[in-house]
Design a protein around this ligand. Structure first.
Ligand code: SAM
Length: 263
């Protein structure tokens, strides 16, 4: 790659482009104003995963300065006070994603966290989000809900599809922290375009596999709170997290990688 040209995508189709890279290297190569929505679920700084050392506040500032579009940025409840202090521009709204159960590893004072903040900037009114509390269930790695695209922080497609309605027309959605590719998968189903960047090749592989199989478009009108394409899960609130979660997580990621390799 020359100094200022984009590298060859890891995966590309008519809707989705995935770069296997550090987003800090790719973002400066994307033209300003080429993005219609930044929708991302970055590292939270909880330290539960290798990739989760620190929230990348600098990338948020970069997006605020270089793109004039809406920005949707996931956070974590324990880090909300620190996040608010670090943001260079205060969010306009905070949505609360409050699934019926969560695999959060995080508890304090013997109380497990069960909600996640979603920070929003540059909101417009043309979207299908109706309530600031969103109770869409997680697609988790509990045995009964096991999804092959396992990622310890994968977000439900119903939730991401709802937030993706903030990208108007056939707009381009940027996710600099793509993980298992949920944003790209949902963008494609909603007839939008997505540029995704992911530093882990294992997750790029899973994301590419998901996108190559996402062929059925979903009507935007269908995507309203409670009407997405994932099945409602009939689970009670789970027992608060235990130390064993980390082990299960690693094992299941390895299993998915093997499955996507056809092993
Ligand atoms: C919270 S996860 C995203 C999960 C995603 N929403 C999903 O549904 O699968 C954050 C991801 O950011 C990736 N990541 C961390 N630092 C990165 C960087 N500098 N550039 C690109 N990706 C990065 C991690 O590997 C991790 O997969």
């Amino acid at each position: 790659m020359s100094n200022n040209s984009l590298p060859k995508p890891y995966y590309q189709d008519d809707s989705v482009t995935i770069y296997h890279a550090d987003c800090r290297d790719i973002l400066p190569l994307l033209p300003d104003k080429s993005i219609d929505l930044v929708l991302t679920d970055p590292p939270y700084g909880l330290g539960n995963q290798e990739w989760d050392k620190q929230m990348p506040y600098g990338i948020l500032t970069y997006c605020l300065e270089h793109y004039d579009c809406p920005i949707v940025w996931f956070g974590s409840a324990p880090k909300l006070p620190a996040d608010i202090r670090q943001f260079t521009v205060a969010p306009e709204r905070v949505l609360v994603w409050c699934p019926r159960f969560t695999q959060s590893h995080t508890m304090r004072n013997k109380i497990a966290y069960r909600w996640h903040p979603i920070y929003l900037w540059r909101l417009h009114n043309n979207h299908n989000i109706r309530w600031d509390i969103i109770d869409i269930p997680t697609e988790s790695w509990l045995p009964a809900t096991r999804n092959w695209w396992y990622h310890p922080a994968s977000k439900p497609s119903e939730l991401i599809s709802l937030l993706a309605t903030l990208a108007t027309g056939n707009g381009v959605i940027l996710d600099p922290f793509l993980g298992s590719g949920t944003t790209a998968y949902c963008a494609k189903k909603l007839n939008r375009k997505c540029i995704g960047i992911e530093i882990s090749e294992d997750y790029c592989r899973i994301a590419a596999r998901r996108c190559s199989q996402a062929v059925l478009p979903l009507e935007v009108e269908q995507v309203q709170q409670g009407q997405g394409d994932s099945q409602p899960l009939m689970f009670p609130i789970m027992t608060p997290p235990t130390k064993g979660n980390k082990v299960r997580d690693k094992m299941s990621v390895n299993k998915v990688i093997k499955e996507t390799n056809g092993e």
